[in-house]
Design a protein around this ligand. Structure first.
Ligand code: PLP
Length: 417
């Protein structure tokens, strides 16, 4: 495999960028990272012309793959001549807002920002503004973005890669609990109930291994937050428009949060985040309310067009069926490999595109600690070997999750297995 250009680019990157590039990805692709020159459907081609099957898909936002369908491209191109107008909504922003409100029952109103991180940060500020309280309950091993106020781990044992080594002083107002641990949540409310502005959780824990809620866990969170006058925030940056088709994980669990954060797919591969929820809470944003919110690029017509046309394309085509079908085949094929090479593990997954997690002894992990305990060199080798030998790119937490896109094919699955 030729790698001259990649080596040279890596040297240049190391001299001007921190650690060169995304360290997690680099670690997976030693001794140097990919420099993607071109996307081609479900594949990428690197700086040396090597072709790889891409199961990363930009870490999830590229639901339609690297080749955007013509209607999406045309709409983006058309909007390229419209600049952002600070503080003014654009027509296409209204269109996208209407689309989301139509498809996600818990969202009565929505505000767009530029990333998932901004969305979760704004949701936390909104919850604090609305309740007049400070503390936020979060999950150990959860991830809500690379931001102080939402980088809320607090437990060195279970830190996500993003916060490892970062002093925890900023987490003063965050209360980490293990996912699925009702007793821990109850205790936290007993101690801090009157100070808790919100519980923020991913409905399916995503970044640190895909962990499903136990039966009734989200109902329990809904009840305890309501009883204490706190808000329930679902961070659906990963699950939004992925799990549950053109909706969210919350529809699968039948629980209505007060606020929902979006990112990834909602921008169709372009930088969009959003905070949606009950109208009276969203109205707390200035100027109708006291919570300042601004962003030079928020609602940028190009990003809104990419998001809207992507979601419309998904609504009008067999995107979810295609992805679910391929994802199921990939998952079952990986399960066979694992059964053969690492029989103490099995592969599990979830609906939609967000596939392939590991379980221990056939049981789904209950929280981040379970996931961590299940990481072993042996597990990693099963998948890393695959990738290196066969030119396949898996995701950052590659043994945990992959993203199947509309542009992936049966052949990609066959080649991977
Ligand atoms: N929330 C969740 C659940 C995420 O998975 C992520 C990113 O992976 C974020 C928030 C942060 O989003 P972004 O990377 O767009 O800032």
């Amino acid at each position: 495999m030729n790698d001259d250009n990649s080596r040279e680019l890596y040297d240049r990157a190391l001299s001007v960028m921190p650690g060169g590039v995304n360290s997690a990805v680099r670690a997976a692709i030693e001794p140097y990272p990919f420099f993607v020159q071109k996307g081609d459907g479900g594949h990428i081609i690197d700086a040396d012309g090597n072709r790889y099957i891409d199961w990363v898909m930009g870490l999830g936002p590229l639901m339609l793959g690297h080749d955007l369908p013509q209607p999406v491209k045309s709409s983006i191109q058309q909007k390229a001549s419209e600049g952002p107008m600070y503080g003014m909504p654009t027509e296409i922003e209204v269109d996208l807002a209407e689309f989301v409100v139509r498809h996600v029952p818990s969202v009565e109103k929505i505000r767009f920002v530029n990333s998932g991180t901004e969305a979760t940060t704004s949701a936390v500020r909104l919850a604090r503004g609305y309740t007049g309280r400070n503390k936020i309950v979060i999950n150990q091993g959860g991830y809500h973005g690379a931001q102080e106020s939402t980088l809320v781990e607090g437990d060195a044992e279970n830190t996500a890669p993003s916060s490892a080594g970062v002093p925890q002083a900023f987490a003063e107002h965050t209360l980490p609990v293990p996912f699925n641990d009702e007793e821990a949540v109850r205790k936290v409310f007993e101690k801090h109930g009157d100070d808790i502005a919100a519980v923020m959780t991913e409905p399916i824990l995503g970044n640190y291994g895909i962990v499903h809620p136990t039966d009734g866990y989200h109902d329990f969170l809904r009840e305890i937050t309501e009883d204490h006058g706190s808000l329930l925030i679902f961070d659906e940056v990963i699950t939004g428009f992925r799990v549950g088709g053109l909706g969210c994980a919350q529809s699968e669990f039948g629980v209505t949060p007060d606020l929902t954060t979006f990112g990834k797919i909602i921008g169709g591969g372009f930088p969009v985040g959003a905070i949606g929820g009950k109208a009276e809470i969203i109205e707390q944003f200035a100027p109708s309310g006291p919570v300042f919110q601004a962003g030079t690029f928020s609602g940028h017509p190009v990003t809104m067009a990419a998001g809207l046309e992507t979601l419309k394309f998904a609504a009008e085509n067999d995107v979810y069926d295609h992805i679910d079908g391929l994802g199921d085949r990939l998952r079952s094929g990986l399960s066979d490999i694992v059964a053969e090479q690492a029989p103490e593990y099995t592969v599990a997954g979830t609906a939609g595109m967000f596939k392939v997690i590991f379980t221990r002894d056939g049981e789904a992990p209950q929280n981040a600690a379970d996931v961590k305990n299940a990481e072993t060199d042996r597990w990693r080798r099963v998948f890393w070997g695959q990738m290196k030998d066969q030119g396949i790119v898996l995701s950052q937490n590659q043994f945990e999750c992959q993203f199947v896109s509309y542009n992936h094919t049966d052949e990609d699955v066959e080649e991977t297995l």
